[in-house]
Design a protein around this ligand. Structure first.
Ligand SMILES: *Cc1c(COP(=O)(O)O)cnc(C)c1O
Length: 220
């Protein structure tokens, strides 16, 4: 029953405007079902194949979020059901999502991933590139994708000041992009270790895994 307790505790702390994405990557469907039974309907996965398999096995009223880096050649596998793609970082990827969404007569919601961490390993666009993309003619021609917000990951560090600064950068970027695109509404930031800081900095969507499902074992 730990999963249900964890969910209850986290939900009790969340302001109404913050959406919880339960990050279930590497976890078995039985764990996801426990969260589902407790009322959770939004799940985040970082591998398309794994998300496709879980989507097939689980109830159909779940919203599936792709939170990981997306390879263009795999977009087709999730295009018929994915509800939000968090980590879009190029026009090329957006064009592919648009193409696959069109085949299913859908509009797929996407977030632009902004690089806010100082670490090199993180994906994402610069705020300037995001602005260029969102105001470009190329983008305006894509009728089957909608950019509904931004996503970012802070540096993995104990330095809370640094994390706060990075989240603040994402909020500022969002505010700036919103002046040109009024349909933005999502700031996806905050994970198990830093979601309180993220909420304080203006997050509207947190992606929490280990605090709900326990730590992950990548060897299986
Ligand atoms: C794994 C993952 C999370 C959740 O991480 P936890 O620390 O387990 O909460 C959030 N966002 C992304 C992009 C992830 O890959």
């Amino acid at each position: 029953m730990h999963i249900q307790d964890n969910l209850k505790n986290i939900n009790a702390q969340l302001p109404n405007h913050v959406t919880l994405v339960a990050v279930s990557k590497t976890k078995p469907v039985s764990d996801l079902m426990e969260a589902y039974t407790a009322g959770q309907r939004i799940f985040g996965e970082n591998k398309i194949q794994e998300m496709v398999e879980k989507h097939e096995l689980m109830p159909k009223d779940i919203q599936w979020h792709m939170i990981g880096h997306v390879q263009r050649n795999k977009v087709k596998y999730m295009a018929d059901f994915v509800s939000l793609i968090h980590a879009v970082d190029s026009l090329k990827l957006l064009k592919e999502i648009n193409k696959q969404a069109k085949k299913h007569n859908r509009i797929i919601d996407c977030l632009l991933q902004i690089k806010i961490a100082k670490e090199d390993s993180k994906f994402g666009m610069s705020p300037l590139d995001a602005k260029e993309l969102i105001t470009s003619e190329d983008f305006s021609e894509l009728k089957n994708v909608s950019i509904t917000g931004v996503m970012g990951m802070a540096t993995y560090t104990n330095d809370t000041e640094q994390i706060k600064q990075e989240f603040k950068t994402l909020k500022t970027t969002y505010d700036d992009l919103k002046t040109t695109n009024h349909s933005l509404e999502v700031i996806s930031m905050g994970m198990s270790g830093d979601y309180q800081l993220a909420i304080d900095a203006g997050s509207t969507m947190i992606r929490v895994g280990s605090s709900i499902f326990g730590s992950r074992n990548y060897s299986n």
